[in-house]
Design a protein around this ligand. Structure first.
Ligand code: SF4
Length: 390
């Protein structure tokens, strides 16, 4: 059974995957490859063909966001990013105030590139800082220094980027609370010259990564969950003290205007078109995944085929559970009851009233003027709360 589609007029997001990195970090399980940069020109050509071929899937719905993720999109030259964005603009209806985010690694960014990305139409940068601690950067196998992060932020501001996110990882082996607090304090001390958005992720060991292998061999020792929870609470406190809003489980913004609009489409279980090797997309209740390998992706596009490896149609029950799982991540807005009804054709209370009442009674959830959300207690136990709805 197909889920009731999101509103026919709801804007969509567009996700573009760039599966190339100069080096693979030992904890990373994203679809990305090192040493394949010579494929980039053919890959960009293939992406452009895929955009042209699949634009009709949007059925005329406007795009509110474009997100270039990876991998390392900043390995692409500004002219290549400009070609991709110009093709999207010419084939789809892009809202005039669309958020256009590009992920970047701090090393290798220079002023010319940043100016080029900005004039290509990128209006938000997401920079992978991970930590400012030298030992942490080496533990995480990163190729940059903390000075590269600070220089990249300063340069991005100087060339005119008004929206900058930094990604950080906490809970890496050997990290101390002092080091983590120092990282955050250094960032918030930048004030207006610093980022306006932070994404803070706890390190998870993913199967198949060098980190998983090292852990299995007993040479990598992860901090325990209580310590990682302490680091999370440190971040909540430090950022609240300077007025940042903790609007999603792993995301903070200096203002409501700074919330990530692209990720909000994911959290609101909205539709987005995923383009490029290894990209996922979800449109009208179907989840589509593209071929992982860039070589295969390019050859399928060139052979006039759709480069899709898997399509899954979510049944209605799973889709409703996913709407809850994703929406409960939004700590300020939570789940909008009207949006739920519009998406699933049934009232939120009729579907999950019993679970909501139980979680509210336990102090894990609370009502908002438009729906429900987690309480602070619920946020700390979010995984358990979410299982109630799955
Ligand atoms: S730079 Fe990012 S995408 Fe590339 S390997 Fe490292 S963590 Fe993964």
């Amino acid at each position: 059974m197909i889920v009731a589609p999101a509103g026919a007029d709801d804007p969509i997001g567009i996700y573009i995957h760039v599966p190339f990195c100069a080096h693979i970090c030992p904890y990373c399980d994203f679809t990305t490859y090192a040493g394949k940069e010579s494929l980039i020109p053919a890959y960009v050509d293939a992406l452009i063909t895929e955009i042209e071929r699949r634009a009709g899937e949007a059925r005329g719905r406007s795009a509110a966001t474009i997100y270039l993720g990876g991998g390392t999109p900043s390995l692409l030259a500004p002219e290549q990013i400009a070609r991709i964005l110009a093709t999207i603009q010419s084939r789809l209806t892009v809202l005039p105030d669309a958020e256009v985010t590009m992920e970047a690694n701090p090393n290798g960014l220079n002023r010319d590139h940043l100016e080029g990305y900005l004039s290509a139409g990128v209006n938000r940068l997401s920079i992978g800082a991970q930590t400012l601690d030298r030992r942490g950067l080496r533990t995480l196998g990163r190729q940059h220094e903390s000075t590269d992060v600070l220089a990249a932020v300063a340069m991005a501001r100087e060339v005119g980027f008004e929206r900058i996110n930094l990604d950080f990882i906490f809970g890496w082996p050997g990290q101390t609370r002092e080091s983590w607090q120092r990282d955050l304090q250094q960032i918030v001390a930048l004030g207006d010259a610093g980022p306006d958005h932070l994404s803070l992720y706890s390190l998870i060991i993913e199967p198949g990564t060098p980190y998983a292998d090292a852990q299995a061999r007993g040479i990598l020792h992860m901090p325990d969950d209580d310590f990682t929870a302490d680091l999370y609470e440190d971040a909540i406190r430090i950022l609240a003290d300077v007025g940042w809003t903790h609007y999603e489980i792993a995301n903070w913004s200096r203002s409501a205007e700074g919330y990530s609009r692209h990720n909000a489409i994911y959290w609101q279980h909205g539709d987005y078109l995923g383009l490029g090797a290894g990209a996922f997309g979800t449109m009208d209740g179907a989840r589509v995944m593209n071929q992982l390998l860039p070589e295969r992706y390019i050859s399928e596009i060139n052979a006039d085929l759709l480069p899709q490896s898997n399509t899954e149609v979510l049944d209605e029950e799973t889709a409703r559970g996913e709407t809850m799982m994703l929406g409960l991540r939004l700590l300020v807005d939570g789940i909008d009851a009207e949006a739920f009804r519009r998406r699933h054709g049934v009232a939120l209370d009729a579907c999950f009233g019993e679970q909501i009442m139980r979680m509210t009674g336990l102090g894990m959830m609370e009502s908002t003027p438009t729906g429900v959300r987690l309480t602070t207690r619920g946020m700390m136990l979010a995984n358990s709360v979410v299982t109630e709805f799955l």
